[in-house]
Design a protein around this ligand. Structure first.
Ligand SMILES: [Fe+2]
Ligand SMILES: [Fe+2]
Length: 274
């Protein structure tokens, strides 16, 4: 054992800039956590000062979303741009999952909370590397194109509110991934890119559990504070998420992840207008 607390290990990942190095450290720390748990000697959670923004590589350049070129999947360049955007999302997700571990250590949580987010962070690290491998197989790489600058906003907005973080990150943003991934898989399937289809299928299967972890711990905290989960979810998403939720929803996978329709339908534009 290396004697570090889980919070220290989380901060080490957050402060590592290079994507491949960040994900290698993430895998190593997840393995250390799991081994200690299996031995019955869990690591201390500890306390840490996570950075306001995680360290990121020099490239990609981060642009305002309006200035990031549109992704049209009909051409090889369009598919590379789409993959590049997915890689960026996955790297951000690695940091988001380590950040929730490091950010809220003043709130006592069961060890299972940390088991879940360490596992999610480990999986996001795999996702990033799988998508980077796909990009490299097509002669590109992560960093070759510009990327979206606003990805850390949800984390900054909810840095002081663990329930807001759970509502917005896993239960809104990661749930959105479940809605859009099947369409993306269809584009790559049509193009005959089996490597990317396989990678996206791994991501699609594993993201269901990340949404489920969000829902599980959100409900846990509602129970602790005797709050109505649906009402609190609506309040927090309206407070911290900028915009409406967009149908069509993947109702089947959302249900599998513990997100019932009365959580998300009232947050659509149509529901707000009626
Ligand atoms: Fe992912
Ligand atoms: Fe995820």
């Amino acid at each position: 054992m290396n004697g570090k607390t889980l919070a220290q290990m989380a901060v080490e990942v957050l402060t590592t800039a290079d994507g491949r190095a960040k994900t290698a450290l993430s895998h190593a720390h997840a393995a250390t956590w799991r081994a200690a748990r299996a031995a019955g000697t869990p690591l201390q959670i500890g306390r840490a000062n996570p950075p306001d923004h995680p360290a990121r590589p020099v490239t990609p350049a981060l642009l305002d979303p309006r200035d990031v070129p549109r992704r049209r999947p009909g051409s090889p360049q369009g598919r590379i741009a789409m993959l590049h955007a997915v890689a960026h999302i996955e790297l951000n997700a690695v940091d988001l999952h380590w950040d929730i571990i490091a950010r809220f250590t003043d709130i006592p949580m069961p060890l299972g909370f940390y088991d879940d987010w360490v596992k999610a962070a480990d999986e996001e690290s795999k996702h990033f590397n799988l998508i980077c491998d796909c990009l490299e197989a097509q002669g590109s790489h992560y960093g070759a194109l510009a990327a979206h600058a606003g990805m850390w906003r949800a984390a900054s907005d909810t840095a002081g509110d663990i329930m807001g973080r759970l509502a917005v990150v896993p239960m809104v943003l990661e749930a959105r991934g479940l809605d859009v991934t099947p369409g993306m898989i269809a584009h790559f399937d049509k193009a005959g890119d089996n490597r990317t289809v396989d990678a996206l299928n791994v991501i699609y299967a594993e993201e269901v559990s990340h949404v489920a972890y969000g829902s599980k711990w959100f409900h846990f905290l509602c129970g602790r504070h005797d709050l109505d989960p649906k009402d609190v979810f609506h309040d927090l998403v309206r407070r911290y998420f900028h915009g409406f939720l967009k149908p069509p929803f993947n109702e089947e996978k959302r249900a599998e992840a513990g997100l019932p329709p009365d959580f998300y339908w009232p947050l659509t534009e149509d529901a707000a207008a009626s």
